[in-house]
Design a binder for this molecule. Structure first.
Ligand code: PEP
Ligand code: MG
Length: 570
């Protein structure tokens, strides 16, 4: 069977089939709503206790970031709006508390599930988790905890709530398989943090296995083998051994430089979204941060962050990097990232609309606050500024001018900052790549944002699964734009990096090295593998292949070419 591999590694073990007890909540008319409210209050209290203990467990075993979800669960259980909605249903409709909880959460869930935003859609799982806990407690059903499993096993379940995953003991749970879920669901994110192999989206797996069946899961390929033959077990044991050995080998590269076989040095940096992410970048031997997506500071809140709040976040990261570069990207909202409190207009084509630098040049008030905060942080580390979604030179000049004004303000206020702070742009719109010769004369660096560059070059919405087969970093047109940008940057003596997902693509790294890319910025977990790849190839050999690659006709040919000619064994 096949699913989506969301957390790499191989596990072989006995199935623990977590059967969902189908709880049917019936609507009952009640006589005294005050009795029901009292029952509800008790259930909330019990649920709060349970969530608090999961929170503590997660803090100890998973880390702050993962535990945050359970702070959100706690907040939800105390949220006057959510609880008020349940109580309102009980009182106004004279119904039982279980029914009130189910109705109120269904309201929330259907709003979230209909959102166009993948992240918020996934949050419906959190509401389901809380409401199930509340209903179980109202009905006197024990909430099963996966922290009490006695035997080593692989959990198979229709779905796993984030609270289930958080309680998994790493010494007992060897991995898990679910029927639903995607790469960005919290359950998958936690599996990666726990380094537990996991496969999601395996249709009907709960019907295909029984508890105690033997199962193999491959969290890279998304493969599931039920009751394997001895030969299959042996083959996967070999694969697992190779995976473990490779992981250990990678750890040894943590403190080494990123140098190719023929002594060409590049920089491998990490992408971060919040200040906390910097720890993982450092742990994985990142040589800096090539992209700090600051928009997360503006999300999950109801008003704009102040200059002081922003300054603190940027300063922490700058200091932790101890002189290594930190590229802070100015606010990039719009497209698929909304800020509810900004009341942004509904658009026919949000990805072609009021987004990123366009919004900042319109809302100069917001932009100025951020620029001041970044400038102030530049006194504490090697900070650089990067503008996103620049499509014409005037935008860059206007942004730069506002930056100069902010420098003057800080100077007048005697606030320290780096006078020579580097200012660059993301090259993520084809016009910027095509005119990169012109831009290169004015900017201090380029960082190629392939996530958007691909979508705009190929006219393929990066989030639309129906056309995702057309979205490819191997498209020769995309590769030509990348090469052109690197060459034009180098002609003017500026450095060129890449912070789109393609920078961490093992297959593409050799090609990018051959084209002369100076900096590769990627998610923390890809850094060591990328360094390993760089160390095992020669830049000159790659250079000699570039022309041939760029003359191939289709993305598939490029992929096949790389697989045939370049890919080396781990
Ligand atoms: C990109 O477009 O490649 C990029 C890195 O930015 P984001 O994914 O935040 O749009
Ligand atoms: Mg982008």
């Amino acid at each position: 069977m096949k699913g989506i591999g969301v957390s790499p590694g191989i596990s072989i073990g006995k199935v623990f089939l977590k059967e969902e007890i189908e709880i049917k909540v019936e609507k009952k008319n009640i006589e005294s709503s005050s009795d029901e409210i009292a029952k509800l209050n008790d259930a909330i209290e019990k649920s709060l206790k349970e969530v608090k203990s999961i929170h503590e467990y997660a803090l100890k075993n998973l880390g702050e970031k993962e535990a945050e979800i359970f702070s959100a669960h706690k907040l939800m259980l105390e949220d006057p709006e959510f609880i008020g909605l349940i109580k309102g249903k009980i009182e106004d409709e004279n119904v039982n508390a279980e029914w009130g909880v189910q109705e109120a959460s269904n309201n929330y869930i259907s709003i979230l599930e209909n959102m166009d935003n993948e992240y918020l859609k996934e949050r419906a799982a959190d509401i389901k988790d809380i409401s199930k806990r509340l209903i179980n407690n109202l009905m006197g059903i024990e909430n099963i905890s996966l922290s009490t499993l006695e035997e080593e096993c692989i959990i198979v379940s229709k779905d796993l709530a984030p609270s289930d995953t958080a309680q998994m003991r790493k010494d007992k749970v060897l991995g898990f398989v679910t029927e639903v879920g995607g790469r960005t669901s919290h359950t998958s994110i936690m599996a990666r943090t726990l380094e537990l192999p996991a496969v999601v989206g395996v249709k009907d797996i709960t019907k295909a296995v029984k508890s105690n069946d033997i199962i193999i899961i491959d969290g890279d390929e998304g493969t599931i083998i039920i009751n394997p033959t001895q030969d299959e077990i042996n083959a996967y044991k070999e694969k697992r051994k190779a995976f473990e050995e490779f992981k250990n080998k990678l750890k040894e590269l943590k403190n080494s430089k990123s140098i190719s076989k023929d002594d060409h040095k590049v920089e491998i940096a990490g992408n971060i979204g919040t200040p906390k992410d910097i720890d993982k970048v450092i742990e994985n031997g990142g040589e800096g941060v090539g992209l700090y997506r600051t928009e997360f500071l503006y999300m999950d809140r109801d008003k704009l962050p102040t200059e002081e709040e922003q300054f603190k976040s940027y300063k922490i990261v700058a200091e932790k990097l101890e002189g290594r570069p930190l590229v802070i990207r100015t606010l990039d909202v719009g497209g698929d990232k909304e800020l509810p409190y900004l009341e942004m207009p509904k658009e026919m084509n949000p990805f072609l609309g009021y987004r990123a630098i366009r919004l900042c040049l319109d809302r100069v008030d917001i932009f100025k606050v951020q620029l001041r905060a970044i400038l102030r942080a530049s006194a504490y580390g090697n900070v650089k500024i990067m503008f996103p979604m620049v499509s014409n030179l005037k935008e860059f000049r206007d942004a730069k001018q506002i930056l100069e004004e902010m420098k003057s303000e800080l100077r007048a206020e005697n606030i320290p900052f780096n006078e020579n702070i580097e200012v660059g742009i993301m090259v993520e719109i084809p016009s910027a790549a095509i005119q990169s010769d012109v831009f290169a004369k004015e900017v201090d660096f380029f960082s190629i944002g392939t996530n958007d560059l691909i979508q705009y070059t190929l006219a393929v919405d990066r989030g639309n699964e129906n056309i995702s087969y057309l979205y490819s970093q191997y498209h020769p047109a995309v590769l030509r734009l990348i090469k052109m940008t690197i060459e034009n940057g180098h002609k003017e003596g500026i450095w060129v990096g890449m912070c789109g997902e393609a920078a961490g693509d093992e297959r593409l790294i050799p090609i990018l090295l051959g084209m002369g890319l100076d900096e590769f910025s990627m998610s923390a977990s890809s850094i060591l593998k990328a360094r390993y790849t760089i160390k095992n190839i020669s830049k000159v050999e790659m250079e000699n292949m570039i022309e041939e690659v760029l003359n191939l006709e289709t993305p598939l040919q490029v992929k096949q070419y790389i697989d045939e000619k370049i890919t080396f064994k781990h």
